[in-house]
Design a protein around this ligand. Structure first.
Ligand code: HMG
Ligand code: MG
Length: 307
């Protein structure tokens, strides 16, 4: 087991992109500020996507401009294409993430391109971002399964990860986009990846649709993975992956890791407060399970007290 774990918070991006309630910019900034105050070292704050595709993140430029690199937090944003990268550069973002899916149909639905077209486009985007001294993360989605095609051959995902690594991304986040992964599947996928890539180059991005995310994280930890993506309160999913609600909740992840004696740098009590804030901002209960740190109490009352 590692001594310390890095958490990549994706709530303001992966969470809010899929929320029926569209938060206004000040509300998003309030949530990001609360997350930054928990000790989280990385927060993916938005996505420079087409507002026609993801209306909830139409204010990406404003959000990115307002967040400050305070308290050692690395703020990043997803960019699906060259236009997105230009917007991120203008907004002063220094870390971006690019995405490709391991399954052809999900890639087409998500990005309106074949995976081949996406990869050649990403080659240009990543080179351009690196030339501007940005750090670039690569997501490979639908590694554990696709909402349209079902099973996905992990060798497809590995081929894409290899190409992304060669482009110079610092980390590849493997996505269980629809939360279908089982522990044995995670073990065999990681065995395949770790034969070629260092564990420090990989992150796991587990959705918790079927309650298996933490079990898969544990499997990853045992195999040397030390970076995990999570979303405050369990906000989110992927709008182009039907049936993918609920990223792994950050507070559930931190609770498990701290219980195992692993350091995250996160103050769980503040994180739980941030999850309650997220609930009050979106106006409904979120699926995260760690809601109350009082011994014997699992969940405070819904709706939360007014703030
Ligand atoms: P397209 O329709 O092929 O794009 O979509 P286009 O180049 O033909 O442009 C269409 C219109 O959008 C044009 O406007 C462009 O200017 C505009 P019009 O001329 O019609 O007025 N446009 C943009 N505007 C602002 N910013 C941009 C931009 N790009 C085009 N960046 C496109 C292609 C990539 C734009 C579209 O498919 C898209 O936005 N897709 C993003 C979908 C998305 O965000 N999905 C969720 C993120 S991935 C995810 O959640 C998975 C992950 O969490 C990991 C996991 O769980 O596995 C990462
Ligand atoms: Mg996701």
């Amino acid at each position: 087991m590692p001594g310390a774990v890095t958490i990549h918070e994706v709530g303001p991006r992966d969470g809010l992109q899929n929320e029926p309630t569209v938060l206004d910019t000040p509300a998003k900034l309030r949530l990001i500020e609360a997350l930054a105050g928990t000790g989280l070292g990385r927060i993916e704050v938005t996505s420079f996507v087409s507002p026609k595709w993801i209306p909830a993140l139409a204010d990406a430029d404003e959000v990115a401009r307002h967040v400050q690199a305070a308290r050692g937090v690395a703020f990043s944003a997803l960019v699906p294409n060259a236009r997105g990268l230009e917007r991120a550069l203008s907004a002063g973002v220094s870390e971006v993430a690019v995405v490709v899916s391991a399954s052809e149909t999900h890639n087409r639905r998500n990005l309106n391109k074949t995976t081949g077209e996406t990869m050649s486009h990403l080659g240009e985007i990543v080179a351009h971002a690196l030339a501007h001294s940005m750090r670039v993360r690569g997501y490979v989605s639908t590694v554990w399964g696709c909402p349209y095609e079902g099973e996905v051959d992990p060798r497809r995902a590995l081929g894409l990860a290899r190409e992304l690594a060669d482009m110079g991304v610092h980390e590849i986040s493997l996505g269980d986009t629809i939360g279908v992964g089982t522990v044995s599947q995670t073990r065999s996928i990681l065995e395949m990846f770790l034969a070629e890539l260092e564990p420090g180059r990989l992150a796991l991005h587990m959705h918790d649709t079927r309650g298996t995310a933490l079990a898969n994280v544990l499997q990853g930890l045992e195999m040397g993975i030390t970076t995990f993506d999570a979303s405050v309160g369990g906000l989110g999913g992927c709008p182009y992956a039907p049936g993918a609600p609920g990223n792994l909740a950050t507070e559930d992840l931190v609770h498990m890791l701290h219980g195992m004696g692993l350091e995250t740098g996160v103050d769980l009590s503040r994180l739980v407060d941030a999850a309650r804030l997220a609930e009050s901002l979106v106006g409904h209960e979120l699926p995260g399970k760690v809601h109350d740190l009082t011994p014997g109490r699992a969940r405070s009352q819904w709706p939360p007290a007014a703030r």
